[in-house]
Ligand binder design. Structure first.
Ligand code: GDP
Length: 282
């Protein structure tokens, strides 16, 4: 989504100076789509900075895909990465500890850590878990200097939250569709039928067992997205006048099941999908 394009350059500069002021970066991405939920811009301005990539929402991601991503980041990209569930204190503390251990700490002063990531990856959730209380949620409006929020943790650690300064990049198409299917961007940003089509294709190709478990009526197993949406529509009573399947309703039902985890633990991309050139600048 191209939010506030006029402010984009200003925001980039603010982000740069905000990064310069902290000791380390805790980058939060969605474990189900770690690449599409990253912002390549961060890659460019965070070089040389202590950084850990947190693959959050690992509890609803495909464990095999998550393992492959961890190997990809840790081993191939030499970028420390950890998979966590943001509501789990043990997970969040472990990630914070590995972050802190990278920093050459002067115990006499505070260690400053900044949480970054596109909206909806779970930054506030992780912060709340670490703080043990509900920290006021920062909005998704770019406003680094004015509204950077500090949360003090034990052990002389301060965490800075940066409202909405990293935005999702919805090009190329596949990336936008993965973001939309995961719920990271609003459905209006991408054509709804295309999202449903993308989701159905993914489920048919990669998660047939999850489909059959959730929709046991799928016999024969659908070979293509339209057939899946139609079968679900028929079986779940998503019908229009005259008994025709309401594709909009049926699509919504599948996407709701997918986003909520009711279809099982599903990932939208694996390191094998990397042939797409994700390094799109804005
Ligand atoms: P932010 O915009 O990055 O601050 O994201 P939020 O913390 O507001 O989280 C966005 C949504 O993801 C919320 O509905 C959270 O409940 C959900 N969420 C956050 N972390 C996790 C997680 O580890 N697992 C699951 N299943 N959901 C999560």
């Amino acid at each position: 989504i191209q939010w506030f394009p006029g402010h984009m350059l200003e925001t980039k500069n603010q982000l740069k100076s905000a990064i310069a002021r902290v000791d380390a970066l805790l980058e939060v991405v969605d474990a189900r789509l770690p690449l599409s939920s990253s912002n390549p811009f961060l890659e460019r301005i965070a070089t040389g900075k202590n950084r850990i990539k947190i693959l959050n929402k690992a509890d609803i991601a495909d464990p095999e895909a998550t393992q492959a991503w961890l190997e990809y980041f840790n081993r191939d990209m030499k970028l420390p990465a950890a998979a966590i569930c943001g509501t789990c204190l043990q997970d969040a503390s472990r990630a914070l500890q590995s972050m802190v251990s990278m920093v050459d700490r002067n115990k006499a002063r505070k260690t400053k850590i900044m949480v970054v990531g596109i909206p909806n990856t779970g930054k506030s959730t992780i912060l709340n878990t670490l703080a043990g209380r509900k920290v006021a949620k920062t909005g998704n409006v770019p406003a680094v200097t004015r509204h950077q929020q500090r949360t003090s943790l034990k052990d002389n650690i301060d965490i800075y939250d940066t409202p909405g300064i990293l935005w999702p990049v919805i090009e190329p198409r596949q990336r936008g569709l993965a973001l939309a299917a995961s719920g990271a961007i609003s459905d209006t940003a991408v054509d709804y039928h295309e999202i449903a089509h993308f989701a159905a294709q993914l489920l048919i190709e990669r998660y047939p067992a999850c489909l059959v478990e959730r929709y046991p009526f799928l016999k024969p197993f659908p070979g293509e997205p339209q057939a899946l949406i139609e079968s679900v529509g028929k079986a779940r009573g998503c019908l229009k006048k005259g008994g025709y399947v309401d594709f909009q309703k049926a699509s919504q039902l599948i996407i709701r099941d997918l986003r909520s985890g009711r279809l099982g633990r599903i990932s939208f991309e694996t390191p094998k999908d990397i042939n797409i050139d994700y390094d799109t600048d804005q």
